[in-house]
Ligand binder design. Sequence first.
Ligand SMILES: [Zn+2]
Length: 219
Amino acid sequence: MANSMTDRYLENNRHYASGEAMHKPLYPGKQAIQPSKRVAVLACMDARLDVEDLLGLQTGDAHIIRNAGGVVNDDAMRSLIISHHLLNTDEIILIHHTRCGMLAFTDDLLKAGLEGDPAAEKLLGQATRRAFTSCKKSSATPSAFHAFRGQIEPLDAPRNEKSMERLAWDVRRGMSSILSHPWIPTSGSDAVTVRGFIYDVDTGKLEEVSYPGPMGSIG
Ligand SMILES: [Zn+2]
């Protein structure tokens, strides 16, 4: 799409990465409930991502949905479906980022640690540099933590080829989940577009993930 809002936000991101403040906070006047730029962003909850700033979003422009990893789980899908069908958004922007905590554990490891496995407890304590304290109870929920697939690395490790591949893999998986969902139209007059990015927390720059792309080498 030539003149998409996503392209405009990518241009904003180039300004942001060079130190220019793009988000201008305002006390809103009367605004429509529908996001004025018809955009929905799904991003990781990481404390270093200021989504409004890094995209140059203004108040009222977009929905911002955040969770650990920026993963497309059931709850994110719920929000995206409501965002499109009830609130008229038609561009989805997925944002993962370098140094993500979701690269540093596995679902099995965290679950074992929470349930009381001493080895898992110790490993998680070392990885996070805090005293990981097991709850010594099991739970049916959450059914998954959606840690990224592939070989785990130390928490907050600098970007490297392998971690970029793992991040890109998960962005593509998320795009695929959205695009294949029966309640997300991808053709016709009501079509939604989806683009995925990795944000570099060291440079402030967004890098687009090609889609479709390689999916086969992880996990
Ligand atoms: Zn993250």
